[in-house]
Design a protein around this ligand. Sequence first.
Ligand code: DQA
Length: 143
Amino acid sequence: MKILILNGPNLARLDLREKSYYGNLDYKQLTDAITAKAGELGISIEIKQSDSESELISWIHDAADKKQPLIINPAAFTHYSYAIRDAISMLKAPAIEVHLSNPLSREEFRHTSVVSGVVQGTIAGFGVESYTLALIAMQNLVQ
Ligand code: DQA
């Protein structure tokens, strides 16, 4: 079973974002590091990114239909998308929320995650490692 990894808006332009939160990482480096770790762990993954709430929701629907595990960085949608929360609630397999930065140490509007309540757990603040830790956690959850 492939683990689906979804990345939300503005993550494909990481190289242009605040260096103090995202470092010098670009999106390709992020996906390459996730792919390398998945290979090391012997996990099969599929990584997708969209700036569109509707596209992310349709991918989550597909994961629900396929009973596919999900690792998701909903990016800014984390803080206000009840639609993404409701879609995640439909999943039959585990879901993990990840963030590169630690939203709780940033602006107040980032202190709320509307998706945290419908995932198995959240890993935030470790950069690329948030994703690789999530892969390890997911491997244990689905074993
Ligand atoms: C983010 C944190 C969000 O608050 C922000 O809107 C992002 C990225 C992160 O990975 O640190 O786009 O999800």
